[in-house]
Write a protein that binds this ligand. Structure first.
Ligand code: NDP
Length: 282
């Protein structure tokens, strides 16, 4: 079997058009959706992510602004900046790019963002809403994965979904979202004994570990949908996922490439959440 490639880039362009229409309709009602992105420090990868997020918003006609703060910014100054953005009526979404410098308490920062503007979905209130199946802002990466599965008409209900990785930003919310869609969900972590026993029973296999090419073809069920969230920069500059594309694409039914799979969808879902935040102010 040769897997069908899930073209995240093309799908994300299509999905962005739908959100552009919703943004246009909002503008006709006098609301221009606005996103503020805060970046603290000079992490080059973070700077690229932030620029891409702002650009995607502009492409669909949203207002976006980047607030750059130096690495030695005191925590209190960052919190004041967030509070000022919470107050602004023209800003509907606020995102603080992670990671933050060590002297800043990330949890305190995330809890300061208004729950109504928490377009990353990391505030405890929104995490809780996800747990009870009532979320407004699903975290962007798992939201993007769910959207990819839906766009490819890959069934979720009743399927065995296995997630490798249990981070708060990918693995855990992903598990909750698929559970909400009536999949049977297993979550694996670095202590899981006999990982292949789990991965090989997955109809939907989602991998988010940050370990290059760790899932190989012999660990995957024939015909499975394999979603590779990983983005790893190799010494030669190439980007690779957490899935060994070459061997897995011979076994799987569907597979996402890296780059061009989940990455573009993450940004698209940020646009979606910003539009949703603006719609809720009507
Ligand atoms: P984290 O480092 O926060 O979490 C990694 C998870 O993988 C942990 O739960 C860890 O287990 C688990 N893990 C590590 N090794 C193994 C193993 N051998 N077997 C099973 N589980 C293992 O990473 P993130 O979730 O933040 O990111 C994961 C990857 O996804 C990275 O490559 C990142 O760059 C990428 N990413 C991509 C995004 C996109 O838009 N495409 C967005 C966000 C992340 P334990 O908890 O036991 O340590």
């Amino acid at each position: 079997m040769t897997a069908k490639i899930i073209e995240g880039k093309n799908i994300s362009e299509r999905v962005r058009k739908e959100w552009k229409q919703r943004a246009t309709s909002l503008k006709q009602q006098g609301v221009l959706p606005g996103l503020a992105v805060i970046i603290v420090g000079d992490n080059p990868a973070s700077k690229v992510y932030v620029r891409n997020k702002a650009k995607a918003c502009q492409e669909v006609g949203l207002h976006s602004e980047i607030h750059e703060m130096p690495a030695d910014t005191p925590e209190s100054t960052l919190l004041q900046k967030i509070q000022a953005l919470n107050e602004r009526e023209d800003i509907h979404g606020i995102l603080v790019q992670l990671p933050l410098p060590d002297h800043i308490d990330k949890d305190k920062v995330l809890e300061t963002i208004s729950v109504d503007k928490d377009v990353d979905g990391f505030h405890l209130y929104n995490v809780g809403a996800l747990v009870v199946g009532n979320t407004v802002f699903p975290p962007c990466t798992p939201f993007g994965v769910q959207c990819l599965l839906e766009q490819m008409n890959i069934p979720i209900e009743g399927q065995n979904a296995v997630i490798v990785g249990r981070s708060n930003i990918v693995g855990k919310p992903m598990a909750l979202m698929l559970l909400q869609k009536n999949a049977t969900v297993s979550i694996c972590n670095s202590k899981t004994r006999d990982l292949a026993q789990y991965t090989s029973m997955a109809d939907i296999l989602i991998v988010a570990t940050g370990k290059p090419k760790m899932i190989t073809g012999d660990m995957v069920k024939s015909g499975a949908a394999v979603i590779d969230v990983g983005i790893n920069r190799m010494d030669d500059g190439r980007l690779v996922g957490d899935v060994d594309y070459e061997s897995v694409s011979k076994v799987a039914g569907h597979i996402t490439p890296v780059p061009g799979g989940v990455g573009p969808m993450t940004i698209t879902m940020l646009v979606a959440n910003t539009v949703i935040a603006a719609e809720r102010t009507l």
